[in-house]
Ligand binder design. Structure first.
Ligand code: FMN
Length: 325
């Protein structure tokens, strides 16, 4: 099977990709989206979003990283796509799923799902501008207001020349509501299309992954929020590794505190940890108590003290099963 770590703007940033790809066998990662409006962006924008470009387009442990672009203008998207692969990106992913009002107001993201012809024009222009050895993928939802036009959307992606399609099994209107994901419709696309279909949406555990593969008939999956709920979700799905215990998660979070961001004024770690805890509390009941304590703390060292104390409470001497060792 193939398992991909998907994009999450403001969450799955380069350091988080580095951490998660170190302990999970992801086939590749996708960056947060880079917005293209009306110009060729300077190289520094690409390096900021994907410092992996300076390492042959791979995380430090060798997982390829694909730059995601979001926009509505075929020519500028094509120009920026060509630049991204020249800089080292492992292909290009095009975002047709972002529900943000600002982005949609500018005719980018999910609003394009209402206009498969524009999607076709964008994908065709990008495919033509990027050498064929680099894959071009399109990440879509099943529709905008509802899922009634998912087949036209997928046909536009295939006819535009994309090498693969990632389908989040919801419409834009479904947002992220529970019980709205339609793996069955993704399965219909697997039967209709000649390009690989990557199924995405609500894969939290290995059982979900197995069920999703069965319902859709694809062996390619993308995980996003679940990868933060359970930090070793990829290894859990691919290798059958047991979900990390809470102590291992604490050790991982402490290890993450050594990750540096250039120019950071000490806010990166506190902010990211609080954000991460919002996901962790859904999988680990132990996270709740700590989250309530750290949420008002702004200082990195105070957070580390608290985390170290929590770790000392749950660790037994001579016991270390930290997965990074
Ligand atoms: C906070 C957040 C940020 C996201 N950012 C992006 C993004 O930059 N590009 C994109 O294509 N999808 C983005 N998504 C959508 C996810 O990639 C994914 O399609 C969605 O979360 C469903 O997958 P999941 O159930 O595995 O989380 C984002 C989702 C969330 C919750």
């Amino acid at each position: 099977m193939r398992l991909i770590l998907g994009p999450m703007q403001g969450v799955l940033d380069p350091l988080m990709r580095q951490l998660l790809s170190q302990i999970n066998p992801y086939d590749y990662c996708v960056t947060e989206f880079i917005r293209v409006v009306d110009r060729r962006l300077p190289a520094r924008v690409f390096y900021a979003s994907s410092p992996e470009l300076k390492h042959d387009g791979k995380t430090l442990n060798g997982t390829p990283v694909r730059v995601q672009l979001l926009g509505q203008d075929p020519e500028y998207l094509a120009e920026n796509a060509a630049l991204a692969v020249t800089l080292g990106s492992y292909g290009i992913d095009l975002n047709f799923g972002c529900p943000s009002k600002t982005v949609n107001g500018n005719k980018g993201g999910a609003v394009l799902l209402k206009d498969p012809d524009s999607m076709y024009q964008i994908i065709r222009a990008v495919r033509d501008s990027v050498p064929s050895r680099y894959p071009v993928s399109a990440k879509v939802r099943l529709g905008f207001d509802d899922c009634s036009s998912y087949q036209e959307i997928a046909a536009a992606v295939e006819e535009g020349g994309a090498n693969e399609i990632v389908v989040h099994g919801r419409s834009k209107a479904d947002a992220y509501e529970a019980d709205t994901v339609r793996w069955d419709l993704i399965g219909d696309l697997v039967l209709r299309l000649n390009i690989p279909v990557i199924a995405n949406g609500d894969i939290w555990h290995r059982d979900d992954a197995l069920k999703c593969m069965k319902v859709t008939g694809t062996d390619s999956l993308m995980v996003c929020r679940g990868a933060l709920h359970m930090p070793n979700l990829g290894a859990h799905i691919v290798k059958g590794q047991a979900p990390m215990c809470w102590r291992e998660v604490l050790e991982l979070i402490l290890y993450y505190s050594d990750f540096e961001i250039k120019g950071d004024k000490g806010l990166y770690y506190p902010n990211r940890i609080k954000q991460w805890f919002r996901y962790l509390i859904l999988q680990y009941p132990e996270a709740k108590k700590i989250f309530y304590k750290i949420r008002t703390i702004k200082d990195k060292n105070s957070i580390l003290d608290l985390l170290n104390y929590s770790l000392s409470e749950c660790i037994k001497p001579d016991e270390s099963c930290f997965l990074l060792e």
